[in-house]
Design a protein around this ligand. Structure first.
Ligand code: NAD
Length: 272
C-alpha cells in the first residue's frame, strides 16, 4: 500500500457486483478499499468485507453510514439500485469525490438528479464498464451509419441471469443509443421494446429489443443488422463480472484528475 493509493468506497457491498468490486479493488495496484457500505438494517453490517467476499479478513467492516465513509475517501464505486444511486450522488457531491456509477434502470428523473450532482462531483456513469462493450458501441455506430435505415433493420438481443430486475439491460440501451446516434434519431422515438399479438409490419427505422432471462448468464448482447438477403451480427459475451469491476476502478483512477462533470466510459477509454 502506498500513500498515493486512491481510497475507494464500495457501496452495495453484499451484492453480486459489490463482492466482485471488493476482490478487484483489493488486488489492483494504485487503489485501496477504504470502506464497504451495506444496506441499512442488513445483518451483514459490522462483518468484515474481505471475509464476505471470500478474501479472508482485510480489516474493513461493512458499514451503513455512507457519508462518514465518503468524506475521508477519494471515490465511490456504485452498482446498486437507481434510488440508492441518486441518494449517493448527493452525498458524493457533498464530499466532492469521484462517483463511478454502474447502476442501470435509472429513469429520466433519476438521470437529471445525478447530472445535477455532477456539478460538484466527478461522475462517470455507464450501462457497461467493460472495454469490449464500449468498443462494440463504437463498431455499432460505424455499422449503423454505413448500413442505411431504408434497407437495414436493427434488432438488439440480450440475455442475463434470472435475478436481473431491469429490462432491456443498460448495455442493450447503450448499444441502441449508439445506433440511434449514428442514424441521427432519438432512441426514445424509435425503440420497440415489446412485440405481442398482431403488431403489424415493422416500422422503417425502428430499433427493436428482445430480452431473455435465465440461469447465471453474466451478459450476452448481439446487435443484428438485417438486410435483404444478408445479416451482420456484432456481439459481446461477458463470462466474468471482473471485467466490469476492473473498468470501474480504471474509471475512478481516470476521474481523479478530471474537473467536476458528467462523463462516460467512452471518455475514460478515449473512444469518444
Ligand atoms: P445485486 O442485487 O446483487 O446488488 C445490489 C446491492 O445493492 C444489494 O446487495 C443491495 O443490498 C445493495 N443496496 C441497495 N440499496 C442500498 C443502500 N441504500 N445502501 C447500501 N447498499 C444498498 O445486483 P448486481 O447484480 O450486483 O447489480 C447491481 C446493479 O449494477 C444493477 O443495476 C445492474 O444492472 C448493474 N450492473 C452494471 C454493470 C455495468 O458494467 N455498468 C455490470 C453489472 C451490473
Amino acid at each position: 500500500m502506498s500513500e498515493t493509493d486512491m481510497k475507494l468506497v464500495v457501496v452495495g457491498a453484499a451484492g453480486r457486483m459489490g463482492q466482485t468490486l471488493i476482490r478487484i479493488v483489493h488486488g489492483m495496484a494504485g487503489v485501496r478499499l477504504h470502506a464497504a457500505v451495506g444496506r441499512p438494517g442488513s445483518p451483514l453490517i459490522g462483518r468484515d468485507a474481505g471475509e464476505l467476499a471470500g478474501l479472508g479478513p482485510i480489516d474493513v467492516a461493512i458499514t451503513d453510514k455512507p457519508l462518514e465513509a465518503f468524506v475521508e475517501a477519494d471515490g465511490v464505486l456504485d452498482f446498486t439500485t437507481p434510488a440508492t444511486t441518486v441518494e449517493f450522488a448527493g452525498l458524493a457531491a457533498q464530499a466532492r469525490i469521484v462517483h463511478v456509477i454502474g447502476t442501470t434502470g435509472c429513469s429520466a428523473d433519476d438521470e437529471a438528479k445525478i447530472r445535477a450532482a455532477a456539478r460538484h462531483a466527478r461522475v462517470i456513469k455507464s450501462g457497461n464498464m467493460s472495454l469490449g462493450v464500449n468498443l462494440l458501441g463504437v463498431l455499432v455506430q460505424q455499422a449503423a451509419r454505413a448500413l442505411k435505415a431504408a434497407d437495414w433493420d436493427i434488432e438488439i438481443l440480450e440475455m442475463h441471469h434470472k435475478h436481473k430486475v431491469d429490462a432491456p439491460s443498460g448495455t442493450a440501451l447503450l448499444l441502441g443509443e449508439a445506433a440511434a446516434k449514428a442514424r441521427g434519431i432519438a432512441l426514445a422515438d424509435h425503440s420497440v421494446r415489446v412485440r405481442d399479438g398482431h403488431t403489424g409490419a415493422r416500422p422503417e427505422g425502428a430499433i427493436g429489443f428482445a430480452t431473455l432471462r435465465g440461469g447465471s448468464v453474466v451478459g450476452e448482447h448481439s446487435v443484428i443488422l438485417a438486410g435483404e438477403g444478408e445479416q451482420v451480427t456484432l456481439s459481446h459475451s461477458a463470462t466474468d463480472r471482473s471485467i466490469f469491476a476492473r473498468g470501474a476502478v480504471t474509471a475512478a483512477l481516470w476521474g481523479r484528475n478530471q474537473k467536476p462533470g458528467f462523463y462516460s466510459m467512452l471518455d475514460v477509454l478515449g473512444l469518444n
